[in-house]
Structures are given as C-alpha cells and as structure tokens.
Design a protein around this ligand. Structure first.
Ligand SMILES: Nc1ncnc2c1ncn2[C@@H]1O[C@H](COP(=O)(O)OP(=O)(O)OP(=O)(O)O)[C@@H](O)[C@H]1O
Ligand SMILES: [Mg+2]
Length: 247
C-alpha cells in the first residue's frame, strides 16, 4: 500500500522581491514499511519536500496523498529541557488533550524496550546525544506516527556515536514496522539504512534517479557497511550526484 504519494508536486516561496521555485515536478511513491533516503546538494529542496509532507508548509501544487500519521524529526532533537524524558515522550497525547493510561503504558514499554527505562525521570541534559535521539523517536511513536520524516536527524552527532545511533534508530523503525524517509548528505548513511535512495538535483529541486538497495531487512546498517556490495552502491550514487552537479 502506498503511504506517501506525490505526483508532479511543486512548491514556491514568495520572497519580498521574487518567487523562488524550490521544487518542481516531484514524483515519489513510498510504500508501507519502506525506508527511503533522499540525497542531493545543499539547497536542492530536500527540507522543502519534508516540510510539505509534514504539513508544515501547505503552499504546494500538484498531488500529495498521505495515508497515515506523519512524525517529523528535525536535525536538532527539540526535546524540552525542563521536561523529563517521560514528560517529553508524552508531549503529543498531552497537547492533544487525550492523555490516557494506555499512552503512559505504551511510552513505558518503548522506553524499556529501547534502553531508556532508567532514564525516564532524567532531564535531556543528563543524556548522551544518542539517548536524546532515541527519546525524540519514541516521542514521535507515542504520538502515533507511522510515517517518519528524518531531516539530517543524525548530523549533530560525532562519527562513532552516529554509527551506533543509526543502528539503534534503524532497528526501532524496522521492529515497529514504520515507513521512513531520511534526508541526508551522507551517501554511506543512505545506503546503510535504505531500501531505495532517491537522488535530487536543484534549481528547481526534483528527483532524478531512484536506486534500489538490496539487503535483507534484518541486516543492520553496520553490517551493510561491511558487505562487498557496499562500495559498488557508493560509487554508483557518487557518480549520480556528481553528474547532477555538473549538469
Ligand atoms: N522560507 C524560505 N523563503 C525563501 N526561500 C527559501 C525558504 N526556504 C528555503 N528556500 C529556498 O528554497 C531552496 C531549497 O531549500 P531547502 O532548505 O529545501 O534545501 P535543502 O536541500 O534542504 O538544503 P540543505 O541541504 O542545505 O539543508 C533554496 O534555494 C532555498 O534558498
Ligand atoms: Mg535542508
């Protein structure tokens, strides 16, 4: 089943002296349980695409169909520093005035399952970067999101932490059977998590190529990085990106 469907989708920004067409003619279908990444040069319209899918920007034209609840994880984890981990995780139901014992039970079970049980009453400043990212992801799950949009969600982390966090977040997304769209500058990261990588070019932004990445779903991002095919995917995507930047 198609969870996200964009057909001939465009979005322009109105600036004081001109209209900027950020993306144009974007076609994208994401199916249930798929993990898609988008790579492309800075300014090509990746965040614009996510802001349209998240509903934050409603100025787009063309067909946009979303079947499910969207959860958006920006680059910074956006946890509230004055709230504990548990209170951060329960923010969604609280804001919607439908806080129930079952929300708390679900939150508790996810915190326990993903190694944050002992941190439930801690504040974000007491957590590592990876723990904060996991808390932010659990918050979107408790909110009821089944389509996750991740915009450079790991780029604030140092390299070693990032590898570990990507493994953890990937495993949570797969275990909870979510559909995910990751924007990243990092070709290796895209290959390590995706079923498919979309390459974008800019001015105006559009998706030019889709490359299927064929690994078993239960293979971790770290194990993919060690596999013999990994370098081939890397070179293929690097060439695509360079081609788009030259033309
Ligand atoms: N609020 C805005 N008003 C006007 N123009 C904007 C606005 N936001 C983005 N743009 C323009 O739209 C284009 C796409 O921007 P966007 O932020 O989507 O790119 P990006 O691919 O996410 O870049 P990066 O990789 O640097 O995050 C750029 O030309 C940018 O200058
Ligand atoms: Mg961006």
């Amino acid at each position: 089943m198609c969870k996200v469907c964009l057909q001939d989708f465009s979005l322009s920004y109105q600036t004081p002296d001109m209209e900027v067409t950020a993306i144009a003619g974007v076609n994208l279908n994401i199916y249930e349980g798929e993990f898609i990444s988008i790579i492309g040069p800075s300014g090509c319209g990746k965040s614009t695409l996510l802001s349209a899918l998240s509903g934050l920007n409603k100025d787009g034209e063309g067909l946009i169909r979303i079947d499910g609840n969207v959860g958006y994880m920006p680059q910074q984890d956006c946890l509230f520093p004055w709230r504990t981990v548990m209170d951060n995780v329960l923010l969604g139901p609280e804001l919607h005035g439908r806080y129930s014992p079952s929300d708390k039970a679900y939150a508790t079970s996810l915190l326990e399952k993903y190694g944050l049980k002992d941190s439930a009453s801690k504040y974000p400043r007491e957590l590592s970067g990876g723990m904060r990212q996991r808390t932010a992801l659990i918050r979107t799950l408790v909110y009821g999101a089944d389509i996750l949009l991740l915009d450079e969600a790991f780029s604030a982390l140092d390299y070693q932490t990032r590898l570990k966090v990507v493994d953890d977040i990937y495993s949570i997304i797969r275990q909870e059977k979510k559909t995910a769209l990751l924007v990243t500058h990092d070709i290796s990261e895209a290959i390590s998590v995706s079923d498919r990588v979309c390459v974008m070019r800019g001015q105006p932004g559009t998706i030019t190529t889709n490359i299927s990445i064929n690994y078993p779903k239960d293979m971790s991002p770290s194990d993919r990085r060690q596999s013999p095919d990994f370098q081939q995917y890397f070179h293929l995507l690097k060439e695509e990106l360079q081609y788009e930047q030259r033309n």
